[in-house]
Design a protein around this ligand. Structure first.
Ligand code: FES
Length: 79
């Protein structure tokens, strides 16, 4: 089942599969999410989902049960 992932602020939408790491999806979309530790502890990769949920992209995969997801990539230098 494919999920449509929309990246903001670039406004690029790509198809992804459930369970695919978010960083891989971003890579495919040509969107760069800042990363540091890649282990979920530095918060460099923090993104916002659907304007309501804050997650760390490096430890997040495309969730089941939805058809689309909006990922807002912050460029906040304080993270
Ligand atoms: S890269 Fe450090 S929390 Fe994701």
């Amino acid at each position: 089942m494919s999920v449509s992932i929309r990246f903001l602020p670039e406004d690029i939408t790509v198809a992804a599969t459930v369970g695919e790491p978010l960083l891989d999806v971003a890579d495919r979309a040509g969107v760069s999410i800042p990363t540091g530790c890649l282990m979920g502890s530095c918060h460099a990769c923090t993104v916002e989902l659907d304007g309501e949920e804050i997650v760390r992209a490096c430890i997040y995969s495309v969730p089941p049960g939805r058809q689309q997801l909006t990922v807002n990539v912050f460029s906040d230098p304080t993270w």
